[in-house]
Design a protein around this ligand. Sequence first.
Ligand code: MRU
Length: 411
Amino acid sequence: MPEHTEKTLQAIKFDKNAKTLDILDQLLLPYSTHYISIKTIEDAFQAIKLMQVRGAPAIAIVGAFAVVVDTYSYLQSGKKDKTIKDLFKSIDYLITSRPTAVNLSNALNDIKDLISKKHGLEETSVVDEAVFELIYNYSVALFEDDLANNFKIGDNGLNYIKETLKSEGFKGPFSIVTICNTGSLATSGHGTALGIIRSTYNKLKQSESKEDFYLEHVYPCETRPYNQGAKLTTYELNYEQIPFTLICDNMVSSLVNTLSDKKAIKQIAAPVKFIIVGADRVVKNGDTANKIGTFQLSTIANYFNTNKFEGTTNKIKFIVAAPRTTIDLNTKSGDDIVIEERPANELTTLRGPVLSENGVGEKYTVGIATPGISVWNPAFDVTPHQLIDAIVTEETTVYTKNSEGEFVLTK
Ligand code: MRU
């Protein structure tokens, strides 16, 4: 195991001068913080597939920067044998590392379009400095825009939360449930769904809230089978000192019910008012692919809204937070989204370091299911737009439904 290093939330480090790319190995979090170097497109393919970096915006940024560093080292080598066609072939290969998140294919196809259309290059032309410059400028902008846009998503989400609670006449503490990891580790920084939670906590914590309500507590779901919630979201919430309690994915209905009845769980009794999730692909009608388990969260909100809270102003809002780079207007509905299926051993084993009084030991794999059994392991599911209240992007408009119940998503 690598040695412990200082805790950090910086998932991606790109050195503009040296043109080097390092990523925080998310398989080792929260126990050790260790960066690995990405030198080639093949390195990026492996790191994305193995989920050493994950999260829709982060894999797109790493994919784009990998093309930068790969192309830079080719040019440094002095060789003159790589054609645009060769480059496009390796970019297409990189796109296949994870199929559901549209950000990766959007970014890499943008790079291809920029190269082929804007500069009218023939596919047989060799890769040169001008091509490098296009890739470099695009990738740096992708990283920087993502960071700026996440702060805007945070503000827009906060405003939506405030407006919702004001219109309900809600007063007092409230809670938020979230799933997977959608924070700094999944993006260039701040995050999307977790970005909204951060922005909301910073403006609406009890000591600082200028409103009649405040965010008291966050409930991150464990997020089986890969446990991004348990490992990564708790790491981020802990790092930022946002009060939270970890729950398993199958506890959400019970949690909402218990908190709405004001029975204290360890003295915490703020009702769940929002379930906020990220997205890997939002399609034209608003259907949203996100981490497996997201769909069931939306059905839970719907159940409580249409049963227990029917006839009251007290509702749970189901919010999707995503930058425009996650929106895919070329796909009509969720039925057309390709859902990535992951290996069986992610369900049948648990992997991690041995924890002892002496610290973190060697990596270990523990079996937790009958060996050799049939396993279904889709990484994502699709939440139908009917169950989504708002899609929060970086643009000032928060996409909500029109009178026909459809999301209006236009370029
Ligand atoms: O399999 P992962 O960890 O890449 O899945 C990540 C998610 O589902 C996130 O919610 C999504 O990518 C948005 S991250 C800002």
